[in-house]
Design a protein around this ligand. Structure first.
Ligand code: HEC
Length: 408
């Protein structure tokens, strides 16, 4: 299992470069989010806190809650690193990689500048091609990133030093938010911490399970994702880890970041590329897609509408029609499928589910076009309710991403 996890992580970087260079990616400027599967970095869009910037194999994307992403310039390359300064979210850094894995360089976004500016000397064969970028909360000029080793910069990315003492099989690196010489490394053999700028390392979270992501949070806290355990958090001062979020099953988080303007609001990227959002400090998660609908009032309204209009066929809570009889059929040869985790409702994107509910089934008259009966607003509330019955795994595997979940 660990071997599989390791090779999956290594392979995604190569896949990113291939996708960025495909002509299809260059033509499509708007793409459904569930088709974007290699996401390496995430930050809250400085122009609009309802949208996100994603560093992906397709380049830099702006992701919207309607489930679409648009490609924004520059660079025309895979963006393998993207991070915001936690104290000044309008200041960001990204690293792009073009054909054959050659760096197109480090770019910075400054709060008062109109766009991304290339940092001279960081591109080409000797340039930086780092993933897992991290900007220190304590010193904006201090950056960390990862290729085979951890790299550190003290001058905003102009010059970098490689850490020969990097723990084996490091997946993700993060600079401490409280201690100037503290660094975290999520590795295949667990979460490691260094108190001396990376010279020596110790295990931080007990056990040998792979750690796949680590992020410094506001308030002197740090979060990490432990494979098959879940999301754990600690105060940096004590590093006494507590389990905060479970239910990921075989999926894991690759990227984790806190909304700089809203402590307790966390964004994450699952191994499938799905962008997830937690509003309660990591305990419960929803998909970024349609997160604007996932409000308690909306879900409650959807639950009532579901009970009144849908439960007669799809069952209470979405368990499906006649779940105890697998061979049950209606006059068209179908039964109303489960809409919870049990069947494959989550194989459809939100747009796909919305279309089925609005337009009905072309092959089954029992599933009518609900747009004749319910408003779009009501259909959206039902969708929010249905998704609230799903596990984090189903959310991470929703839509086109479900294929990646079947392979493993
Ligand atoms: C009279 C029975 C009936 C009612 C009421 C009904 N459905 Fe359906 N629904 C079906 C059947 C049967 C299918 C399977 C259609 C097919 O496979 O072509 C279906 C399919 C679906 C699907 C596709 C699921 C998938 O996994 O592909 C969705 C989504 C759905 N219904 C949502 C709803 C919602 C939301 C409501 C209430 C607004 C509703 N349905 C009310 C019978 C019903």
């Amino acid at each position: 299992m660990e071997g599989k996890l390791g090779s999956a992580i290594a392979v995604t970087i190569l896949a990113a470069v291939a996708i960025a260079n495909s002509s299809a990616a260059q033509e499509a400027t708007r793409t459904p989010l569930d088709r974007v599967q290699s996401v390496y970095g995430l930050s809250v869009d400085p122009a609009d806190d309802a949208t996100l910037l994603l560093g992906t194999g397709y380049g830099l994307l702006r992701a919207m809650p309607d489930g679409m992403a648009e490609i924004i310039a520059p660079p025309r390359a895979a963006v393998i690193g993207l991070a915001a300064n936690p104290n000044e979210p309008a200041r960001q850094v990204l690293i792009g990689v073009g054909e054959n894995g050659v760096s197109v360089g480090l770019f910075t976004l400054e709060s008062n500048a109109s766009g991304w500016t290339a940092v001279p000397g960081t591109d080409g064969e000797t340039g930086v091609a780092l993933t897992s970028l991290s900007v220190s909360r304590l010193d904006t000029a201090k950056l960390a990133g990862l290729d085979k080793t951890i790299h550190l910069s003290e001058d905003g990315g102009l010059s970098w030093t490689s850490l020969e003492t990097t723990p084996e099989k490091t997946i993700s690196v993060e600079l401490s938010g409280t201690e100037p010489s503290q660094i975290f490394a999520a590795t295949m053999t667990g979460l490691m911490v260094s108190h001396d700028n990376g010279q020596t390392w110790q295990a931080s979270y007990s056990g040998e399970a792979p750690a796949t992501a680590v992020a410094s949070l506001s308030g002197g806290r740090v979060a990490a994702f432990i494979y098959r355990t879940g999301l754990v958090m600690a105060d940096e001062a004590t590093l006494d880890w507590q389990l905060v979020g479970t239910g990921f099953k075989d999926r894991y988080l690759r990227v984790l970041t806190e909304d700089p303007s809203s402590p307790g609001k966390l964004y994450a990227v699952a191994d499938t590329g799905a962008v997830l959002l937690s509003r309660d400090g990591g305990a419960s998660w929803t998909s970024f897609e349609s997160n604007d609908l996932a409000e308690p009032d909306r879900i409650a309204a959807g639950e009532t509408l579901y009970a009144d209009n849908c439960a007669s066929c799809h069952g209470a809570g979405g368990i499906g029609e006649n779940p105890e009889d697998p061979s049950a059929k209606d006059e068209f040869g179908f039964k109303a499928p489960a809409l919870n985790n049990d069947m494959h409702a989550w194989h459809h994107s939100d747009a796909g589910l919305r279309a089925t509910i609005r337009e009905g089934s072309p092959r089954n008259e029992r599933m009518i076009a609900w747009q004749e009966v319910l408003s779009d607003e009501e259909i959206d509330s039902i969708l929010a309710y249905v998704k609230s019955t799903w596990s984090i795994r189903s959310l991470a595997c929703q839509g086109a991403r479900h294929m990646a979940c079947m392979e493993q």
